[in-house]
Write a protein of this length. Sequence first.
Length: 241
Amino acid sequence: MRETVAVRNAVGSSGAAPQVYLCATTCHARRMPRLREIRRSDDNAPIVKTMYRFLFGDRDPVDERGTATGTPGDWWTVFANSPDVLEHAVLGFRLYQSPTRELAPVLRELGQTRAGYAAASQFVFSQHCKSLRGLGVSEEKIAAIPAWATSDLFDPTERLVLAYTDCLVYDHGRVPDGIFEPLKEAIGDTALLELTYITTMYFKHAVMSRALRTEYDDVEERITEVVVDGAEQEILSIQGH
């Protein structure tokens, strides 16, 4: 989630909330996520109060949507159903942004962004495109991530990170030695462990966002039958021949 700069600063802090901008007009005609959303209340758990204050100011995010990055913000209101799960997720955001990480931030974000694309999560993909842009990655390079294998914009280490991410997401961890060994040689054991952990964390977030239909993954199922009157008999007739 791109709001994680605020997240990192929010946990354990009681400072004033940063400026928050309402989400784009796409928020107004959207459906609701599949789970209930938790309103702002004096009874909210401490982690919910903290995150709502930092992300939404004084607003109730169920009634007045929008985060600083333009998302509706319902990932937060859905995860607030279980404060323990929300806090665990927030700690994960803090972990990957920690200055003690050996993994280079651009390599990390390439993994997260590609994981979002490969898992078909517009939310994860869109948010981490923004993160890459914030790290100074060019628009051309960001636009090339979906078809990275045919692009000459990525250096050898970046290509290994993208190939490794595809193995984690598409092949569920089946990684050839021809990818793993040169990547380990390029970034080292510790950074490779961090890359694996963070990338699969965002694979998980992509899957959960789609399943719960939060944020930009609140979309109708595309694969449905196209109903055509009388087509059944025609198909049976063709199959009979």
